[in-house]
Write a protein that binds this ligand. Structure first.
Ligand SMILES: Nc1nc2c(c(=O)[nH]1)N[C@H]1C(S)=C(S)[C@@H](COP(=O)(O)OP(=O)(O)OC[C@H]3O[C@@H](n4cnc5c(N)ncnc54)[C@H](O)[C@@H]3O)O[C@H]1N2
Ligand code: MOO
Length: 427
C-alpha cells in the first residue's frame, strides 16, 4: 500500500465514510482557517522578550552582513603581492576585533585576530599555523592563495535583504538571525490570551486527596503547558461545575475578555455534557462539531462574537491529540503565523496494524530503528486508548491510519506526526 502522496493533501480518508455525519480532519481544518482571523494589535518589544512571538513585519538586514571585511582566522594580514620568494616579512602592528580599521605598512605583515577588521592595504590573511615567527619577522610555509581567510563585507547578505518575513514564529534560531540583522526590537502580534475552562465534577487538582469517584485533573496542567508551548498566554484557568447555566456564564465571560476559550470535557452527548448546549444557548456559530477521528470525535469549534471557543474532549489522550491537531492551528491563526503546518514525515510500519474503518486514527507510535533504505520504522500501540496517558509517554509521535484502512502490513508507509520534545521517552 502506498500512502506517499497523502501528506499535506486535502483528503484524510474520513470522507470515504458516508455512514456518519462527521467531518473529515481536512474539512474541519479548512473551516477553522476560514473562521479564525489574526489579532490586529501589534507591539514592538525587545528581542530578548520575543521568543515564541510571531513577527508582524519583515526583518531586513540593517547593514551589509558582515558589515566590514574581517579575518576568519588568527594569523597575519598582508598583501599577497608583497610576499618575497623564500624570504620573510617584518611584523608591524596588530589588528584586534572591535578596534577601528587600521592600515598595513607596505611590505610588512600585521598580526590579526579572528573577527578583526582587515587593515587597509591588506588583501590576505595567513593563519598562524602556516607561519614560523622568528622575533619580529615571519616566514610562511606552503602556498598562499591571495584573498584567503577574509570574510568579505556583504558576502552573507546585503543591506536591506529581508531575512525573516512577517508571520514567522521566533525560535532561538530566528532570534539569532534578528540579532545578526541589527533588530534589537521587533514588531510582533499580540500573543493570544487563552481561557481554559475545565468541566467535570469528578475532576480535582492533581495531588489533592481524592474522595470516592474523583480523579486528578490531567487536562488543566497539560493544556496550560501546551497552550504556552504554542505561544498562547494562559490568562484564565477555571473549573466550572457540571451545570449548564454555570457553563453558559463562564464561556460568555471568558470569551469577552480573552482571544480563545478552550473547554475540556462535557462535549459529548450525555445529559451532563453541557458544552454544545451552552454554545447553542449563547447563539455561537458552529464551525464544526464532530470530526471523524479517533481519538477526539466530539471536538467542537464555535465562534462567539468573534472569539473562537474550542471544545476539547475530556479524555486526556483525546484532549492532547485534538489540541495538537486543531488547537495549535487556532492559536497559529490568531497569532498571524504563516506556513504553520504540523511537521509530518513518512515512516514504515514495524508490524501489521488492524483498524476499524470509519474514523481516521492518530495512534501512538514509537520509533524502533531504521530499515535498509534508512527509513524510520515505527511500532504502533495495538489500539488507541483515549484515557491512557501512558500511551503518550511511550510514544515519539502519532501515526495516521486512514479512515478506510482495515489492515496495514509490516513495511507499509505511514504518515507520522512527531509529538513532544525531540527524543523518545519510555515508561
Ligand atoms: N453515548 C456516547 N458516549 C460517548 C461518545 C459517543 O459518541 N456517544 N463519545 C465518546 C468519546 S469518543 C469521547 S472522546 C468522550 C468525550 O466525552 P466528553 O468530552 O463529554 O468528556 P467527559 O465525559 O467530560 O469526560 C470523558 C472522560 O474523561 C475524564 N476527564 C474529563 N476531564 C478530565 C480531566 N480534566 N482530567 C482527567 N480526566 C478527565 C472523565 O472523567 C471521563 O472519564 O465521550 C465518549 N462518550
Ligand atoms: O473519540 Mo474518543 O476520543 O475515542 O474517546
Amino acid at each position: 500500500m502506498v500512502l506517499l502522496d497523502r501528506i499535506e493533501t486535502a483528503a484524510c480518508g474520513c470522507e470515504a465514510d458516508h455512514a456518519q455525519p462527521l467531518l473529515s480532519v481536512s474539512e474541519a481544518t479548512d473551516r477553522l482557517r476560514a473562521a479564525v482571523a489574526p489579532l490586529i494589535q501589534i507591539e514592538t518589544i525587545p528581542l530578548g522578550a520575543a521568543l515564541g512571538r510571531v513577527l508582524a513585519r519583515d526583518v531586513a538586514a540593517a547593514t551589509d552582513l558582515p558589515r566590514f571585511d574581517n579575518s576568519g582566522m588568527d594569523g597575519y594580514a598582508l598583501r599577497a603581492g608583497d610576499l618575497p620568494n623564500g624570504a620573510g616579512l617584518p611584523v608591524l602592528g596588530e589588528a584586534c576585533a572591535g578596534a577601528p580599521v587600521g592600515r598595513l605598512t607596505p611590505g610588512s605583515a600585521m598580526r590579526i585576530n579572528t573577527g578583526a577588521p582587515v587593515p587597509a592595504g591588506a588583501d590576505t590573511v595567513v593563519m598562524q599555523e602556516q607561519v614560523r615567527r622568528i622575533g619580529d619577522r615571519i616566514d610562511i610555509d606552503g602556498q598562499v592563495r591571495p584573498g584567503q581567510n577574509i570574510r568579505r563585507r556583504g558576502e552573507d547578505r546585503k543591506c536591506g535583504t529581508i531575512l525573516l518575513s512577517a508571520g514567522t514564529r521566533l525560535d532561538a534560531r530566528a532570534i539569532g538571525v534578528c540579532a545578526a540583522a541589527g533588530a534589537g526590537r521587533v514588531a510582533v502580534r499580540r500573543a493570544p490570551d487563552v481561557a481554559l475552562l475545565l468541566t467535570g465534577d469528578e475532576v480535582r487538582p492533581a495531588g489533592e486527596t481524592l474522595g470516592s469517584g474523583a480523579i486528578w485533573d490531567v487536562n488543566a496542567p497539560m493544556l496550560a503547558a501546551a497552550i504556552t508551548e504554542a505561544g498562547g498566554r494562559v490568562a484564565v484557568v477555571r473549573h466550572v461545575d457540571d451545570c449548564r447555566q454555570a457553563l453558559i456564564q463562564a464561556i460568555s465571560e471568558a470569551a469577552a475578555k480573552t482571544d480563545l476559550v478552550v473547554t475540556s470535557g462535557g462535549v459529548s452527548v450525555g445529559e451532563r455534557d453541557h458544552v454544545r448546549p451552552a454554545l447553542a444557548a449563547l447563539a455561537a456559530r458552529t464551525v464544526f462539531s464532530g470530526v471523524a477521528i479517533k481519538p477526539g470525535k466530539p471536538i467542537t469549534l464555535a465562534m462567539l462574537d468573534g472569539t473562537p471557543v474550542l471544545g476539547l474532549p475530556g479524555n486526556p489522550m483525546s484532549a492532547y491529540v485534538t489540541w495538537h491537531l486543531f488547537g495549535r492551528s487556532v492559536l497559529a491563526r490568531l497569532a498571524g503565523e504563516r506556513g504553520a503546518s504540523t511537521a509530518r514525515r513518512h515512516v514504515r510500519a514495524a508490524q501489521g496494524i488492524t483498524h476499524k474503518p470509519g474514523r481516521c486514527e492518530y495512534r501512538p507510535a514509537r520509533i524502533e530503528g531504521y530499515d535498509s533504505d534508512g527509513m524510520e520504522i515505527v511500532h504502533c500501540q495495538p489500539r488507541t486508548e483515549s484515557a491512557r496517558m501512558s500511551q503518550l509517554l511511550s510514544a515519539d509521535g502519532l501515526v495516521l491510519i486512514p479512515a478506510d484502512a482495515d489492515i496495514l502490513h509490516r513495511g507499509d508507509l505511514l504518515e507520522f506526526l512527531p509529538i513532544g520534545a525531540a527524543g523518545p521517552r519510555r515508561m
